[in-house]
Design a protein around this ligand. Structure first.
Ligand SMILES: [Cu+2]
Length: 254
């Protein structure tokens, strides 16, 4: 089984129900005229940077140091004024962590997590053309769409409407696999797939997480690996994963 730690180590989150087109929703400032070129460029850079950062902290071969360094620099340069300070904060913390290998910056409530949350919220409000809203309850995902568009910035908003912490982790399935098979994957493989999708949203009860991702075509499983009985990120239960109790689903990206 994959420990709930999986998500915390990613520092990103996401969850779903549809809402195609952000214009008809809660009317963020730019939704009526669409994103500016500056926002779209920042959004793409943000997704590329997060992908590289996940790879750098993952078990496999990460990006070359110079490549990552260039991305971090671009991320700051391209950040719109509203979130520039938060991007700078994250880059500073990431550079220290890359040097030391210390990942405590990902702990709940950390400066990094708070800055990350504000940037993600800004991105969902300003850059994607599709925003998916998913709710987590005890124990199911509500609002998971059947299909999502491939290779475009996609906003994901995950609200935890349950009593226990929940997460939304998206894992691309291989030919012939079913969502339940994801629970039997070795930890490293589940982590690799979660890193590849970039979509792992973890929230305490009552919380909402925002994230922007770009998904490759394929069939995906949506899974909550958090064990029953969990009361916080630091206090995991010893029951079966919520997925085994119904918090699991699938959708197609194409
Ligand atoms: Cu859950």
């Amino acid at each position: 089984m994959v420990p709930a730690r999986l998500v915390a180590t990613l520092g990103v989150a996401a969850a779903f129900t549809v809402a195609g087109g952000c214009g008809d929703d809660d009317g963020g400032p730019t939704t009526s005229q669409g994103p500016t070129a500056e926002e779209l460029t920042f959004c793409a850079t943000h997704i590329d940077t997060e992908t590289a950062v996940r790879a750098a902290f993952g078990g496999g071969a990460g990006p070359a140091a110079e490549e990552l360094d260039a991305l971090l620099e671009q991320w700051v340069e391209r950040a719109p004024a509203e979130v520039q300070g938060d991007v700078e904060t994250q880059v500073e913390i990431l550079r220290d962590a890359l040097e030391s290998g210390d990942t405590s910056f990902l702990e709940q409530g950390s400066d990094y997590r708070q800055a990350n949350d504000r940037v993600d919220e800004f991105l969902v409000r300003n850059c994607p053309t599709d925003v998916v809203e998913v709710s987590g309850v005890d124990d199911a995902f509500v609002g998971l769409p059947a299909e999502l568009p491939a290779n475009v910035p996609l906003g994901v908003v995950f609200s935890n409407d349950g009593e226990e912490p929940h997460e939304l982790v998206l894992l691309r399935m291989e030919e012939g696999e079913e969502p339940a098979d994801m629970l039997d994957l070795p930890f490293a493989e589940a982590q690799r797939r979660a890193d590849a999708s970039g979509t792992s949203l973890l929230r305490e009860p009552g919380g909402t997480d925002h994230h922007v991702v770009r998904l490759e075509p394929g069939r995906y499983a949506a899974v909550c690996f958090i064990p029953a009985g969990t009361t916080s990120e630091d206090s995991l239960g010893d029951g079966p994963p919520h997925a085994a109790e119904g918090m699991i689903g699938e959708f197609t990206v194409g």
